[in-house]
Design a binder for this molecule. Structure first.
Ligand SMILES: [Zn+2]
Length: 373
């Protein structure tokens, strides 16, 4: 039996969200469990919200984010997959994101109950208790001066396997601290990067929405790939659900091509063999984009570069369970393509064979990769 690698999951809790994350003081409000319960009840039963996925999604988000701990979220996630499945866990550092608490107020940073170091530490403990299951990544916000120190300690002391960045929180992937400290360290340590790449979702309100989203544009990585050709980079969400929609209606010679098209062109260019993309959220949410994915995977330059990921718990909803979405995807893609994106490509991205040898050499570790035997 081969191992499934889910390359994009979240386990963080409400304690890692800034108080102004949802506006109107909602984060604080729903910390009160009975308020959260009524909010969920309303979302489930109010039309038109409950009829469509916005309500469902928010409801799922509330449910997951207010689980007691990262471990509670992990247990829910594990339950949807076969035994032995491995999960890349991506923390979030939202401390530097500026949001408006109310419309027309000045955006500012929100207070966070549990800072990024505590979130990372809890993830490190979890990875130790579930060594065959959890693959921990560090969230790096380059605006923090001690980013490199934080990263090297997580990698060298706690065995973190990669880095997550989220540019729409207010910085470019070409931020000087990334170019001068973080990427050189990552290339030296041979650890990969997962970068949020869609114009949707969470963003800073220091600038207008459009500029914040532009930080995530796939073209921003050309400079990074030119300077760090050995760095493996995964553009998360493959440009995002909205850009997959736009791809169908954009002209071939559009001056503003859909992000998915930009990524495909970069992959086909031959110059960037270490560029990957994950399908989390974008195909996983309702699977409406699976036909296009299947067509793209016929291209051998793309087939090797796509990673299976779900974006748990962003996709958790009661209409379709995560298990149903995974099985539907596997059924539609067929076994060969499914295992390519859920096993072979993730192992190449994570450089798992090298990891494996290192782990085996370490007598204290009892990690066994079933499918490598
Ligand atoms: Zn995500």
């Amino acid at each position: 039996m081969k191992t499934i690698y889910n390359c994009h999951c979240h386990l963080f809790t409400d304690k890692n969200l800034p108080n102004n994350y949802l506006g109107f003081g909602l984060v604080k409000m729903v910390r009160n469990k009975s308020v959260a319960k009524s909010a969920q009840f309303l979302l489930r039963n109010l039309n038109p919200l409950s009829g469509y996925d916005v309500g469902n999604r928010f409801d799922a988000f509330l449910k997951a984010v207010y689980r007691e701990s990262q471990e509670e979220n992990l247990k829910a996630l594990i339950g949807y997959y076969p035994e032995g499945t491995k999960f890349i866990v991506l923390p979030m550092d939202m401390a530097y994101m500026q949001r408006k608490s109310l419309p027309f107020t000045k955006p500012k940073k929100g207070k966070i109950e549990e800072d990024i170091d505590e979130q990372h530490n809890k993830l490190a403990v979890l990875a130790k208790s579930y060594p065959n299951t959890v693959i921990p990544f560090a969230h790096i916000d380059p605006r923090r001066e001690d980013s490199l120190e934080r990263l090297s300690s997580l990698v060298e002391k706690s065995g973190f396997k990669g880095v997550k960045i989220y540019p729409p929180l207010g910085y470019s992937p070409t931020h000087p601290r990334l170019l001068e400290e973080i990427y050189p360290y990552m290339q030296k340590k041979n650890i990969p990067l997962i970068a949020h790449c869609s114009p949707g979702s969470v963003y800073t309100q220091e600038t207008d929405k459009k500029s914040a989203h532009q930080y995530a544009h796939p073209n921003n990585y050309i400079e990074v790939m030119d300077k760090f050709p050995k760095l493996r980079i995964c553009l998360a969400h493959f440009g995002g659900i909205g850009e997959w929609k736009r791809f169908f209606s954009e002209s071939r010679d559009s001056r503003n091509p859909a992000w998915v098209k930009v990524i495909i062109d970069l992959m086909r260019a031959n110059e960037y063999p270490n560029l990957y993309a994950d399908i989390s959220y974008t195909i996983f949410d309702q699977q409406e984009n699976v036909p296009l994915l299947k067509v793209l995977l016929q291209d051998e330059k793309i087939r090797d570069k796509v990673l299976f990921g779900s974006d748990f718990y962003m996709v958790e909803n009661h209409k379709y369970s995560e298990r149903r979405l995974s099985i539907d995807l596997r059924s539609e893609l067929g076994e060969k393509l499914f295992w390519q994106i859920a096993n072979a490509n993730p192992k190449a991205f994570l450089n798992i064979d090298t990891l494996d040898i290192k782990t085996l050499l370490n007598k204290n570790a009892n990690v066994v990769f079933e499918d490598e035997k």
